[in-house]
Design a binder for this molecule. Sequence first.
Ligand code: HEC
Length: 200
Amino acid sequence: MAESVQNIRRVVWLMFFAVLFACPAMAVSIPSGGISSFEEWEKAFNKWDSGRAEWKQPRMAPNKLPFPVDYRDWRVLSVSHHEDQESIRVILGNDVAIRAAREKRFTPWPEGAMLIKVLWRQRRLPTWKESWVPAEILGVGIMYKDREQFADTLGWGFSLWQSEHFELPEDFNTDVQGCVQCHSPLKDSDYVFTVPAIFP
Ligand code: HEC
């Protein structure tokens, strides 16, 4: 009797591992509460690493604003924390934007400047409760300065790629209208909220 129970257990475990290995995506999904241990981080990193070839495929939003596949190498302009939306953001700039910031030429921002906001849901650091750190990826928001191409949207091309899979919102144009609406009062700062952070 005890032996047959053991056999059943063995079969159940085998089935469990078979499913796990057959579905790599299941085995390595980013935990929704964030990454707390090195093992979790390593799994998430490996998943990112194995998906890199796919993520480097050129992607284009319907307004012809391409997704800059090299944005992970860009430099930081600033960071922000939204209390109400419980999210943490980093604002990055391409070379044109970083140069403009350092030369104090960002009212208006020069043609070709691209600003990227990466958003993560916030979570408390398990090892230090007062510290808020990134959890899962919420999306990547883009603004690209081209007065002519994007004359209808404040001279900036807007796009938002959601989640770690970089999906566009279903109703892209309505979404862009939302971007324009919220950014449009900022005429004096060329419709940009961020002022470059001053680094020590
Ligand atoms: C309800 C208001 C609101 C809406 C809607 C909105 N933004 Fe923003 N955006 C902000 C604020 C506030 C900031 C300043 C940084 C921060 O705190 O996140 C910002 C910052 C940014 C930045 C960094 C440059 C800057 O202006 O500071 C980018 C890029 C950006 N938003 C893109 C978008 C895109 C793309 C959309 C539409 C999909 C969008 N935003 C919609 C409020 C908004």
